[in-house]
Structures are given as structure tokens and as C-alpha cells.
Design a protein around this ligand. Structure first.
Ligand SMILES: Nc1ncnc2c1ncn2[C@@H]1O[C@H](COP(=O)(O)OP(=O)(O)OP(=O)(O)O)[C@@H](O)[C@H]1O
Length: 410
């Protein structure tokens, strides 16, 4: 900050009244010119102060403008339904589906087409047209016509495979069985268990077996920053599935939108709540005997809002636990199928050594063992390579590899 200039001293001159007139006149002249100097200094200081005031005023204006922009920047997402000739468009706001007729500038009108996603402010004035890159629909789903994963590639969870086949595959493949008996198949299946135990693989394998499109959406993707975006994505998800029947919708990390409601009522919470309500309403209006099956997964079963577990929703719970000794041996064998493994490798012993490892961790262990073989100039992977890999992984991650499985999942 600039320091304020010091105020000049008031000129002062003692003039002896007994002096001759000419000398007094000269002294008065001197005094006068001192006053003129001070006056000039003060005038220049005044000018500087005025400049500074002007600068400050401009700064205040700028900050106020920024403040206004910030206040106005919580925009809502809407879709243009119709572009009318008289500089008006009909937009439908995501989330509440409210349709509004709103004016747009001729310049904006030229760039708008029905179907465009736009951001609107509180008064529904179109602020921005969202381009393809901001189109969350394309970014946030993983779609695969028929995933490659088969049941044979999943080890240690045979019972869970059987349950999933019964709850998801059978209603798709043999719907008449349910019709004949007169029961509704489970609406949604919830897989819960520690990370890396094969939940996603299971969902993919069902899609593979039933020749269905696999559509995956992560719950965290549904928690978007724009109001209305999450529920819109849920609608898109089901629409996408309807377009591609038969389809398996897989919602990973469902806890992101379905955790127990907290007391806090921030707008973020309300938005998450709306997304979950949209999911529930899509599921409620769903034909359980149809060609779309829904599977969700979570590592945080304890946190889930029980509302999603009611009949007609995720009403079939399947726990996918950490593999036991036998399961780990199977997983080791599955992941070494394509590897050049020495006959001496003792999988039973390795399964014992990997107590607490998830399927995903066993998979990375086999790769690490292969790296040890390469380092030793061998094409064949030996038992000691696996042991070295275990040691390395445990050294690297001594703090969390073994405990990670239980970290989120109590
Ligand atoms: N039971 C298993 N059998 C064989 N491989 C497995 C198994 N579980 C996990 N894997 C390996 O780990 C990888 C990750 O597994 P997956 O994504 O299915 O786990 P997840 O339970 O969905 O994990 P997360 O909860 O973290 O999403 C798989 O691609 C697979 O290679």
C-alpha cells in the first residue's frame, strides 16, 4: 500500500513592523511565494489522492462485478427442446423437468439447436452452450457390447457366481420360468464386499453369458457439480440401456449416491438425494421381467441408505468376500494360465503366503513374479519369483497391502 504523502508545514515568517517599507514588502513577497509553493504541493497531493480514489473506485467496481459473476455462476443444466422464430427457445431444466419459454439474443439463437445442452441462470437466461466435451453422458459411462470376461476367469467365489446367475442371468435367459411360477425376479442385485474381489468381473461375466450390453456408471460420476446433472445421468443410463436391450446396468460405488442421510442439508446433499430419488424412481417404474438387469456394487455396505434395499429395488444382496485359501489358489492359477510357469511352483504354498490378498492384489503379484523372472534372464517363472514378489509387495506397501481389504469394509 502506498504511504500517504506528508502535509507540508505551514509557512511562517516573522516580519518586523519597524522595518523600512521596501524591506517589509520584500519579506511579504517571500512569504507569499512560500505560500504559493505550499499551495502547489497541496494541489499536487490532492490530485494524487483523487487519482488514488479513482483507482480504488475502479477496483471496487471490478470486485463487485466479480462478485456478481460468482453469485450468478451456479447455473442449472437444461436441454433446448425447441427453437422458435421470435428469438425464443423452450428449455427443459434437468432434475425437475420444468419446461420454460425463454428469450435469447439473436446471436445466441443462431448457435442453438434443439437437443443442445445449455447452462441457464436463475431466470432461465441461457448463459452457455455446453459443447460435446462437457457432455457428461459420453464421458461417464463405460459401454461394452459384450465384455470378454467369463465365469471361468473368476476364482474363489463359486457360490456368488451361482447366486448372480440365478438372480440376473436366469430372468434374462428364461423369463418364462418366472412367468409360469407367477413370481417377479429380483429387481436389482447388490454386490457388496471388499475392493478387488471380483464384483465388476461378475457383472461383466453375466453380460458376456447373456450376450447383453454392459453399461457401467460409477456412483462418483453421478455426483456432479451442476444441479440436475446427476439425475439427468441416471435417466440417460436407463435410456441407453433401453436402446441397447438386453443390457446389464452396473452401478459401481453406489454408496456415493446412497449413503445414509446426514443431518446437514447443504445444496450438495440435496443434489445427491435427488440423484438417488431419480434412480429409485427409474427402478420403481421398471419391468423386472424385462430385458434390462441392474447390478450395483459397494465396498461400504455399512454406510448404505436402507431405502435402496427395499423390495422392488436392490432386493437381492450378495456378499462377495475376500477369497479363502482355496479361492486364492484358484485365482493364482487363473492369473498364471497364460504365463510360462515352472512345474515346481507350489500354488498351495503361495495361497497360504497370500493370506489377506484380494483377487486384484493376487493379479498384480503374478505380474510382479514375472518381472523377477525377466530380471533373472529367465523365460520361466519359478516359485522363488513369487516369493520375491510377495516380499517386494509387502515391503513396498507394508502399511496397507494386507490391511487394505478391511480398510473400507467393516
Ligand atoms: N475372484 C477373482 N478371480 C480372478 N481375478 C480377480 C478376482 N477378483 C479380482 N480379480 C482381479 O482383480 C481385478 C479387479 O477386480 P474387480 O474390478 O472385479 O474387483 P471389484 O470387486 O469390482 O473391485 P472394486 O470394489 O475396487 O471396484 C480383475 O480385473 C481381476 O483381474
Amino acid at each position: 500500500m502506498s504511504r500517504s504523502p506528508s502535509i507540508p508545514d505551514r509557512p511562517h515568517r516573522d516580519i518586523d513592523p519597524d522595518l523600512p517599507d521596501s524591506e517589509r514588502l520584500e519579506a511579504l513577497h517571500g512569504h507569499f511565494s512560500d505560500l504559493v509553493d505550499v499551495n502547489e504541493q497541496l494541489a499536487s497531493q490532492l490530485e494524487q489522492a483523487q487519482d488514488r480514489r479513482e483507482q480504488l473506485r475502479e477496483r471496487v467496481d471490478r470486485v463487485e462485478r466479480e462478485n456478481e459473476t460468482l453469485k450468478g455462476s451456479s447455473l442449472y443444466i437444461a436441454t433446448v427442446e425447441d427453437v422458435l422464430d421470435n428469438d425464443e427457445v423452450v428449455v427443459k431444466q434437468h432434475g425437475n423437468n420444468q419446461e420454460v419459454l425463454t428469450d435469447v439474443s439473436p446471436r445466441m439463437l443462431e448457435r442453438l439447436e434443439a437437443g443442445d445442452r445449455v447452462a441457464v441462470n436463475d431466470s432461465f437466461a441461457v448463459q452457455t452452450i455446453l459443447d460435446a466435451e462437457t457432455d457428461a453422458r459420453a464421458q461417464s459411462m463405460e459401454i461394452s457390447e459384450r465384455p470378454q470376461v467369463t465365469y471361468g476367469e473368476i476364482g474363489g467365489i463359486d457360490e456368488q457366481i451361482r447366486e448372480v446367475r440365478e438372480a440376473v442371468e436366469q430372468p434374462l435367459a428364461e423369463p418364462e420360468l418366472f412367468e409360469d411360477v407367477g413370481i417377479e425376479p429380483p429387481s436389482g442385485v447388490l454386490l457388496h464386499g471388499p475392493p478387488g474381489t471380483g464384483k465388476t468381473m461378475l457383472a461383466k461375466a453375466v453380460a458376456n453369458e447373456t450376450n447383453a450390453t454392459f453399461i457401467k456408471m460409477a456412483g462418483s460420476e453421478l455426483v456432479r457439480k451442476f444441479i440436475g446433472e446427476g439425475s439427468r445421468l441416471v435417466r440417460d443410463l436407463f435410456e441407453m440401456a433401453r436402446e441397447r436391450e438386453p443390457a446389464i446396468i452396473f452401478i459401481d460405488e453406489i454408496d456415493a449416491i446412497a449413503t445414509t442421510r446426514t443431518e446437514s442439508k447443504t445444496s450438495g446433499d440435496a443434489e445427491v438425494q435427488r440423484t438417488m430419488m431419480q434412480l429409485l424412481s427409474e427402478m420403481d417404474g421398471f419391468d423386472a421381467r424385462g430385458e434390462i438387469r441392474i447390478i450395483a456394487a459397494t465396498n461400504r455396505f455399512d454406510m448404505l441408505d436402507r431405502a435402496i434395499l427395499r423390495p422392488g429395488r436392490f432386493d437381492r444382496l450378495i456378499e462377495v468376500p475376500e477369497a479363502d485359501q482355496e479361492g486364492r489358489e484358484q485365482i493364482l492359477q487363473i492369473h498364471t494360465r497364460g504365463m510360462n510357469v515352472d512345474d515346481e511352483v507350489d500354488f498351495d504354498d503361495l495361497a497360504e503366503e497370500t493370506d489377506g490378498y484380494s483377487g486384484a492384489e493376487i493379479e498384480s503379484l503374478t505380474t510382479e513374479a514375472g518381472m523377477f523372472a525377466i530380471r533373472n534372464d529367465r523365460e520361466e517363472v519359478h516359485h522363488e519369483d513369487f516369493l520375491n514378489a510377495i516380499e517386494k509387495i509387502e515391503d513396498d506397501d507394508s502399511s496397507d497391502v494386507i490391511s487394505s481389504a478391511g480398510y473400507f469394509y467393516q
